[in-house]
Write a protein that binds this ligand. Sequence first.
Ligand SMILES: Cc1cc2nc3c(=O)[nH]c(=O)nc-3n(C[C@H](O)[C@H](O)[C@H](O)COP(=O)(O)OP(=O)(O)OC[C@H]3O[C@@H](n4cnc5c(N)ncnc54)[C@H](O)[C@@H]3O)c2cc1C
Length: 457
Amino acid sequence: MSAEPLPGDGPADPAPAPFLRPSPTVRPGPRRLAPVRPVPAPPTTPMVRPGRHAAPDPDDGPAPSAAPVAPPAPAPPAAPPAPPTPEADAARRVREAWEEVGPQVDELADWFAALLFSLDPGSRALFPARVTEPARRLLRSLVLAMSTVDRPADLAALLEPLVREHRALGLRAEQYEALGVALIGAMRRFGGVAWDDAAEHAWVRAFSLAAGPMEDAARAAGDAAPALAEATVVGHRRVGWDLAVLHVAPDRPVPHRAGQYLTVEIPQRPRMWRALSPVTAPRPDGLLEFHVRAVEGGWVSRAMVAHTATGDRWRLGPASGRLGLGPRSDREVLMVAGGTGGAPVLALCEDMARWTRPRPCTVFLGGRVPDDLVVLDRLRALAEVQPWLAVAPVCEDDPLDPETLPGTLPDAVVRSGDWSGHDVLLSGSPGMIRATAQALLVDGVPLDRIAYDPFAQ
Ligand SMILES: Cc1cc2nc3c(=O)[nH]c(=O)nc-3n(C[C@H](O)[C@H](O)[C@H](O)COP(=O)(O)OP(=O)(O)OC[C@H]3O[C@@H](n4cnc5c(N)ncnc54)[C@H](O)[C@@H]3O)c2cc1C
């Protein structure tokens, strides 16, 4: 089916932009002290993989020694706060320096890409013609991971999808070194007055701590399964000016669990990978259904909604995601979904309908207007035959259906009950997830019972 372009749509393929040299538009900002260096100097500290050949770090402080015997004292003075660990210090410096970059992030991304391509010419083929946006996304996820090197559980949770996305992009384990050198080179250029030897040292340390497990995971995953599957679009239906329902038939089954998302690449936007959540639980015929909302100014979602046609060939990356219902808990379940965030929620409910003992589950599906509640009819149909499932639609503007709750999702959820004993899954925009998680935390739901995959990086 052909589709008319969206208002203000860009061309089907972005025009090539000059990027193979550091962007000529880069201007030194007022904070910057270091002279501009067009050729990357290697970082002052080598990228050392901890635990392999790492020598003791002089910044780590003295080696532990036997504690001196304290003289007896009636009231010992309060112990001074323990100094931050090197990991905590590195994570803090990563956050602080990244905040300093602020509005210059696009220029930094261009600079980073130029350095990366000069260090590793093969990496050029992994990026589309216009490199700023994918380079910015790559840097953001990398820096986010680096800012958690002091929290191993968070780091592991961030690295897993990152590695999968890198594999879909085609990035190999051997290329991480060049990635790190380009990142540090770009930070040296854009880090401003706060960027000094200590900052550089901390960034190298954080990158090494994050890149080590990433390389290991990439190598392990590389042997396990191919990164990609090809697929054909067999259905494309516009159900609103900014919303499309797509059916995609993979050439071979793509292993995934209900609630997970896949990264996809479409021919109209080569090498711009985006996450999409299948709407149904995995089907025997492997067919995938996606609901795509065109976001304002979005490169890929607009093309998916407006320019996709049946017969298009897509590439699919491996599945990932934190939404799921493990067998280890028998608590009741609360699912809260906004707009197209209903996709993984419907998939999970369909999956639970196949269980012998499904867990009691309440779904709140919210949107601004009734048309946003795309999967409502299917959830209601399921609830009619599955007594463990209750569905509550929520609409901010003008709810026509008397059963629809008015207001925003967090308000409606908190007003409707006590969820402190539930496992909670949240799916939708980052803003909706943040607001709902905050409201539930205030209401007594423990943080470790709230799982979510925000629908944007
Ligand atoms: C785990 C996960 C699952 C997802 N599942 C789906 C899905 O099933 N269906 C679907 O339509 N999308 C889904 N997304 C969102 C999708 O991957 C893209 O991020 C989204 O389509 C925007 O891509 P774009 O290239 O058009 O926008 P970009 O060019 O990347 O961004 C353009 C602008 O839009 C903003 N933006 C990006 N994403 C969103 C968003 N979701 N809401 C509001 N503003 C946004 C950006 O900050 C930026 O300002 C999912 C995302 C994640 C992380």
